[in-house]
Structures are given as structure tokens and as C-alpha cells.
Ligand binder design. Structure first.
Ligand code: ACM
Length: 415
């Protein structure tokens, strides 16, 4: 495996413009001193509380705040309180970028927890790379990113699709209709899906993208009828998940004959659409609320106690919660000294903890997370029945769709 010119350039860009002049070192030292001086650790919390993805991001904010409150109630980190600075980027990538800059440069947060959509992560990435800060991203995403300024705790395509696609082909048949929201995440997931379909003898009867926030699916549903797929593979996000499921149901389509198989439909969207609209459809993810473990029982009970007995946990709120504990572990490992994005990153490499879903680990090479893939069917009560629970945790392979490319500690490599 050789370092390419591109990877070296990427690495240089990741260090930021001032890196070669040694500027980030001075900045980090100052930032660390500021943190130590007032006995507080300021972190940003950047999830949309308004707009089309607030339906899910609001719950990511809640899971993050819950973890921070729990840690502070238990004495903080080495006696230091975590102080969350909360911003609402309103489901708008430009606002994400503006707020990220405010949190990092203005508030001097040492890390920021944030984002659901990949569009918003891509929008803030230049801020974190230029300022050499750390973004903790809890959402499943498309991979194909190698930044030393992001800790990725959600699933990448190999962790959601490697078991799911062959299972679907075997159970339902080979004809797939790919429907997604129109941005980078669904397109890259579908790129990987098509590779797996080729491998397992599947085929694509149609591939279609709708605008973010799309709510009128009648023409899409007409195409479901005319193409008669065995599986509708959905990477639609946000409010559109609710509209798609409700309109599918209202059109009288039958999940027994033409199920939707989704990477993005969680207990949270189901709570918004009603259990009947989701019942019989499938999701692949590393976490479901029904998962049985002492850590999950504690998480679910604490979440409900803090935010309401009717609230649900799901496969993006769970990483939102456990990644704050990984942050705590990293700062603890530093002994409460020299706390900076650089030292936190080094301390989190290879870190492990028992999360609600099971033991997770931050992969040293690429800062993505080892997770536990599962396949589940939605029930009318709004919960899932887990049908396949992988026997082993699965390594994150962010470049699985790009053979030869690999994300390493030195940057992107090409063999
Ligand atoms: C996503 O945009 N990563 C769901």
C-alpha cells in the first residue's frame, strides 16, 4: 500500500493552512490552557432543532445532552464540568458551517458533537480541518471520507449492507428499486448496494432521487406498481421517511410482497408516522431500542426519565450518547492536562467501551467505529423485531466501495 500524491495533499490540507508554520501548535496550547484555567470543558452541540431533519436531529441533541448531564452529575471529568454550547443549524448546510465556526473560533470549544446529514457534515468539514478541531459525528453515512478531524461513530455501508443485501435477495428476490433523497449519502450508499447486487445476482429496476423534504410520493408509488420490484431499498431521510411510508400504506401496497428495506428508518421516524405505516418493513442498523443489555436498559430508562416516557431511542441517538462517553474517556486518559483536539484525537484512537449495543471500538487507523450489524422488521407497536443479530462486531471499512483505497493514520492510501 503506497501513499499517493493525493493522500499527501489531503493530509496537508487536513492540517490546515497554518500547519507548516507551526501555528496550530500555539493555538492548541492556548486553548488547552484556557480550558484548564477555568475548570470547564466547553463542547459544541450542533444538531438541527428546526427544519426538515429536526425530526431526527432533535433526538440526537437530547441523547448528547443526557450523556453530558450524567457525566456532570457524576462529578464531571477529573473534576471539570462539561459545558455544552448548543446551536440550532436549522437543517441548512450553510448555517451549519456558520455555527460550527462560531463554536470553534468564537466559543473555543475543544470538540463539537453534531450533524445528521452528510450534506451538513461536508459543510462543516473545512472549518474543523482548517482550525484543526474535532467533530464527533454519530450518524450512519456513506464512507469515502478520511479526515483526522472527525470521529465517526455511526455505521458505514459495509456495516449496514454486507449482511442485509444478500439476505434480502435470498428472502424476497432479485429486483430492487432504489429510492433516496437527492444528495451525496443516498447516492454513495446506492453505489455500494449496486456492487453487492451484482455480486449476489440482484438487479436494479429503477434508481430515483427526490429532493430533501419531498412529501408527495404518488408518482414514485405509481412506478413501484409498474416496475414491481421485490424490494424497495430506501435511503430517503428526514420528514420524507414519514410521507413515503404513509403514502405507501394509503396506496394499499403490501409489505409482504414488496417490502421497503431501509438504512434510515428508525424508531424515531416510526413514532412520527405511526406504527401501522411502518409495520412489515425492514431496517438494517447496529442498534435497535429493543436490544437486551444492561447498558441499553439503563440508557432507555434514563432517556425516558429525562425527556418523556413516550420518547424512543434509535440507531443514531445511541452513538450520540456513547460518543460523549468516549470523549470523557479520552479526556480522562489525558489526566485532565493538555486538553486539545490533537491530544483528544490521539487518546481516542483504539478506545473501547461497552455501549448500549455492545462493545464498540474506535479504529485507530481511520477513526471510524467497530459496530454490531443487525436486521430487523418493524412491528405495529412502533418497535422492531430483530431477525438477524450478527455474531461478531464488524470493522468499519469506509472505502469498501473503492477497492484499493484505504483510510489510514497517514491519510488516504491507494494500493
Ligand atoms: C446521512 O446523510 N449520512 C444520513
Amino acid at each position: 500500500m503506497a501513499l499517493t500524491r493525493r493522500s499527501l495533499l489531503h493530509g496537508a490540507a487536513a492540517l490546515g493552512a497554518g500547519a507548516s508554520a507551526g501555528f496550530p501548535h500555539i493555538w492548541i496550547k492556548n486553548s488547552g490552557l484556557a480550558i484548564a484555567a477555568n475548570g470547564e470543558i466547553k463542547v459544541g452541540v450542533l444538531f438541527s432543532l428546526t427544519g426538515t431533519t429536526a425530526i431526527i436531529e432533535e433526538s440526537l441533541n437530547k441523547a448528547t445532552i443526557l450523556a453530558i448531564e450524567e457525566i456532570n452529575a457524576a462529578g464531571g471529568i477529573k473534576g471539570m464540568k462539561i459545558v455544552p454550547v448548543v446551536e440550532d443549524p436549522a437543517s441548512d448546510p450553510a448555517t451549519f458551517s456558520e455555527k460550527a465556526r462560531k463554536l470553534v473560533v468564537g466559543d473555543k470549544c475543544v470538540s463539537v458533537f453534531g450533524s445528521y446529514t452528510s450534506a451538513s457534515r461536508k459543510a462543516v468539514l473545512p472549518v474543523f480541518e482548517r482550525q484543526n478541531n474535532l467533530y464527533w459525528y454519530p450518524t450512519l453515512y456513506e464512507g469515502r471520507e478520511c479526515s483526522k478531524n472527525v470521529i465517526y461513530t455511526g455505521a458505514v455501508p459495509n456495516q449496514q449492507q454486507d449482511e442485509f443485501i444478500p439476505w434480502l435477495v435470498k428472502k424476497f428476490g432479485k429486483k430492487f428499486y432504489l429510492i433516496g433523497s437527492n444528495y451525496i449519502y443516498p447516492k454513495e450508499e446506492n453505489n455500494y448496494c449496486k456492487k453487492l447486487l451484482e455480486k449476489y445476482g440482484g438487479e436494479v429496476v429503477n434508481e430515483e432521487y427526490v429532493p430533501l423534504g419531498h412529501s408527495e410520493f404518488s408518482s414514485v408509488i405509481n412506478k413501484f406498481r409498474s416496475t414491481q420490484p421485490n424490494v424497495i431499498f430506501s435511503t430517503v431521510v428526514g420528514d420524507s421517511v414519514v410521507a413515503l411510508h404513509r403514502q405507501y400504506r394509503a396506496a394499499g401496497l403490501d409489505p409482504e410482497k414488496m417490502p421497503m428495506a431501509s438504512l434510515t428508518t428508525s424508531e424515531n421516524e416510526i413514532a412520527a408516522m405511526g406504527g401501522d405505516a411502518a409495520a412489515g418493513h425492514f431496517t438494517s442498523a447496529p442498534y435497535f431500542m429493543v436490544h437486551k443489555s444492561p447498558e441499553n436498559e439503563k440508557f432507555v430508562a434514563a432517556y425516558k426519565k429525562r425527556w418523556g416516557a413516550d420518547k424512543v431511542t434509535h440507531f443514531v441517538s445511541e452513538p450520540s450518547y456513547f460518543q460523549v462517553y468516549l470523549f470523557k474517556q479520552a479526556v480522562e486518559k489525558l489526566g485532565g492536562k493538555d486538553i486539545s483536539p490533537n491530544t483528544i484525537r490521539e487518546a481516542v484512537k483504539g478506545a473501547e467501551m461497552t455501549a448500549p449495543q455492545g462493545k464498540v471500538r474506535i479504529e485507530r487507523e481511520n477513526l471510524h467505529t467497530w459496530l454490531w450489524p443487525k436486521i430487523a422488521r418493524a412491528k405495529p407497536d412502533g418497535q422492531f423485531e430483530v431477525l438477524v443479530d450478527s455474531a461478531q462486531w464488524q470493522k468499519p471499512v469506509p472505502y469498501a466501495a473503492y477497492p484499493g483505497q484505504n483510510c489510514t493514520e497517514k491519510g488516504l492510501t491507494q494500493s
